[in-house]
Design a protein around this ligand. Structure first.
Ligand code: SF4
Length: 689
């Protein structure tokens, strides 16, 4: 029997059909879903291989005498519950923390947030989306009063006459989405890409602005400066639909094109061409992604591009607006349902008394029982082993040791835990450090919903049973809650959990009240907000008003500041990190896929030939990169696609090729996003090919 479901990887959530083929892994085919229309990338094609992979965990593991050894579920639960109780009795409830993931279904993300606050009664829960979407989310909330990655359907991209992509490379990260970009260009649209690399997306565009990493904010302010000076501001829109433009206009006056050229490295003429393209189009979009957002000034950078979009009158105009291209499969839903340290379901704030009262009512507890906001991801990890820090950590769907910045420091902190629990499909680099490892069900073995980059809620359907010995995380959370004496609050059936999530989100910003499994099935997904079952859902936001109290969007004044780590004599270049086509996130899954190994790159660092020559580096030589935090070795890929002052390393690998052994953990003050995308680096040739 065939089952219609979705690819387990990125936020495009391509539709696929799964057909069991025992005794081998099931057969997978692309489906005609609105995001992929029959397309799939190499990662999606390989997804079924992992379901019966020999590395698959099928029994809990407990560390005994320094070694992880097979154990029963009862033994694993006993070790976890005893550890939680001992820690909380001695050190208080907040000595236990949870770390979630943007790959969890909506039901699991919701239940994990509730588990932390109701079963563990701890303030400390955060997730790996803090490393991904948090800056754009914060900027969206500031400006629009809501954070939805794309406030319009993906297909609108094909209808935009101009598109500016900042720090994103969908041609490699989500290739099926390119059909919409390609259709737009075929219809005459102008596409411009901002990226320190001439990426596959940049190569297909009309204009490539090759910025110095960490200077996108200055670029946006420079574009706004030109738009104002050349009379391109949509004055009627600004007057009717926004507030705060005067302060932003005054600030933009200082971003003269020649100054911006000096900061960014982008010729002033190209700045003018960009503004002309955006302002001269009847419909235009500005899309940011991690290259712009993963900085210690990431929120302000996203705000700068929102300012530009507002000045040009784009948000709410047909086939126009500002959007951010979400990365993880449930990167959108994962941040709406309460696994963020400061939020409750429905995107409600944990410090809002009305929000606390509403959610506590749905959960059947007293609002005073709800803890307050906790520490964000990096701060929670950094405080391990310090007074007041967590001593027991439960991790779901996250390979922290590969995905967090400053890997060596993170490893040291994780080793300081009294008890470390990891739920995963495979023994990831992080799980290998754990005291207890729980084998988790994979995508084709579970039911649930995810919310894709468009804000479209869609169904993940169970196509086959999980291997004997494996349990899904909803069951695990319910069984742990039972053993902690709070089991009556936790359903384990996904549909029951989703119905509770709908009630908890009702009236919130991300309102799912009117979304049912049946509607999702019948309507190819439903866009939130959807406040009741007669509501059609909301594919396009902001057509009439913004989600702020007065319905107007807010300009936010932001100023360029240099990256925290500027190159110097010891570390003379800039390192930026990112993804390659065949790998997904920490690589815990895709590095194991046989079909991807035939096409996947080894971990390779991109170096400009001029820079390579200066250091005696040849094609495929091994090169050591060093920053103030650590070192890693990559094979050299010489290419003039990268700036001569910058090297690019992918972050999908652990071990000796861990890009995040190098990255800077300095946090954005608004979003708590680490500065993944720019730090000072030195390089040395260590061996030949
Ligand atoms: Fe589609 Fe993304 Fe899966 Fe590739 S990884 S098939 S683009 S959902």
């Amino acid at each position: 029997m065939e089952t219609a479901t979705h690819c387990p990887y990125c936020s495009l959530q391509c539709g696929i059909t799964v057909r069991p083929a025992p005794p081998r892994a099931p057969v997978l085919e692309p489906a005609d879903f609105p995001t992929n229309r029959g397309g799939l990338c190499a990662k999606g094609w390989s997804a079924a291989e992992l379901l019966d992979h020999p590395d698959r965990l099928d029994t809990p593991l407990i560390r005994r005498g320094g070694t992880l050894a097979p154990a029963t579920w009862d033994e694993a639960y006993a070790r976890i519950v005893d550890g939680i109780r001992a820690s909380q009795e001695r050190h208080g409830n907040d000595s236990v923390g949870c770390f979630g993931g943007g790959g969890l279904t909506n039901e699991k993300a919701y239940q994990l947030g509730k588990f932390a606050r109701v079963a563990l009664r701890t303030a400390h829960i955060d997730y790996n989306g803090r490393f991904c979407m948090s800056s754009a989310a914060t900027a969206g909330n500031k400006a629009f009063g809501v954070d939805r990655g794309l406030p319009f359907p993906l297909s609108d991209i094909a209808r935009a006459e101009a598109v500016l992509v900042v720090g994103g490379n969908p041609a490699d990260t989500m290739p099926p989405a390119m059909q919409y970009f390609d259709a737009g260009r075929a219809a005459g649209a102008t596409h411009i890409v901002v990226d320190p690399r001439r990426s596959a997306t940049a190569r297909g565009s009309h204009l490539h602005l090759q910025t110095t990493p960490g200077t996108d904010l200055a670029l946006a302010n420079g574009l706004l400066h030109i738009a104002i000076r050349e009379g391109h501001v949509d004055e009627a829109y600004v007057a009717a639909r926004t507030t705060g433009f005067a302060a932003v206009k005054a600030s933009a006056a200082a971003y003269w094109p020649d100054r911006v050229e000096r900061i960014t490295g982008v010729p002033a003429a190209d700045l003018r061409r960009t503004v002309e393209a955006l302002a001269g189009a009847r419909s235009a979009m500005i899309l940011t992604a991690r290259g712009a957002e993963q900085h210690s000034q990431g929120t302000d950078t996203a705000s700068a591009f929102v300012n530009l979009a507002l000045a040009l009158g784009l948000p709410g105009r047909p086939f126009s607006g500002y959007g951010t291209v979400t990365g993880q499969g449930n990167g959108q839903g994962g941040r709406e349902h309460g696994q963020k340290c400061d939020q409750l379901p429905g995107y409600r704030r944990l410090d809002d008394p009305a929000a606390r009262a509403h959610v506590a009512r749905v959960w059947g507890i007293d609002p005073d029982e709800l803890p307050g906001p906790g520490r964000s991801a990096v701060e929670m990890l950094d405080a391990i082993g310090t007074p007041g820090g967590v001593r027991v950590l439960l991790t779901f769907a996250s390979n922290i040791l590969v995905s967090a910045p400053d890997r060596n420091r993170v490893r040291e902190r994780l080793r300081a835990l009294d008890l470390f629990v990891v739920s995963d499909f495979f023994l990831s680099e992080t799980a290998a450090l754990a005291d207890v490892v729980l084998p988790a069900a994979m995508w084709a073995e579970e039911e649930g919903t995810l919310t894709n980059l468009e804000g479209r809620v869609l169904r993940r359907r169970r196509a086959l049973d999980p291997p004997a010995g494996v349990r899904d995380d909803l069951t695990v959370l319910g069984e742990l809650a039972e053993k902690l004496g709070r089991g009556k609050y936790f359903a384990t059936d996904p549909r029951t959990v989703f119905d509770e999530l709908r009630r908890a989100s009702a009236g919130g910003i991300a309102d799912y009240a009117g979304i049912t499994y049946e509607r999702v099935e019948a309507e190819n997904g439903v866009f939130w907000p959807c406040p009741d079952e007669t509501h059609p859902g909301t594919p396009r936001l902001f057509t009439e008003r913004f989600s702020t109290v007065d319905g107007r969007a807010r300009f936010v004044r932001v100023e360029h500041r240099d990256a925290v780590e500027a190159p110097d004599a010891e570390y003379p270049y800039l390192l930026t990190t990112g993804r390659v086509m065949q790998q997904y996130q920490s690589g815990n899954q895709t590095r194991r896929a046989r079909s991807l190994q035939t096409t996947a790159h080894d971990p390779r660092v991109e170096i400009h030939p001029d820079l390579a020559r200066r250091h005696g580096i040849g094609i495929s030589d091994l090169v050591e990169l060093r920053t103030r935090r650590g070192s890693a070795v990559f094979r050299a890929h010489l290419t003039d696609a990268i700036r001569p002052d910058t090297v690019f390393a992918p972050f999908h690998w652990g071990g000796g090729a861990s890009a995040n052994a190098l990255t800077d953990p300095t946090l954005d003050p608004h979003s708590r996003m680490p500065a993944f995308k720019a730090c000072a680096v030195a390089l040395t040739r260590v061996a030949g090919p």
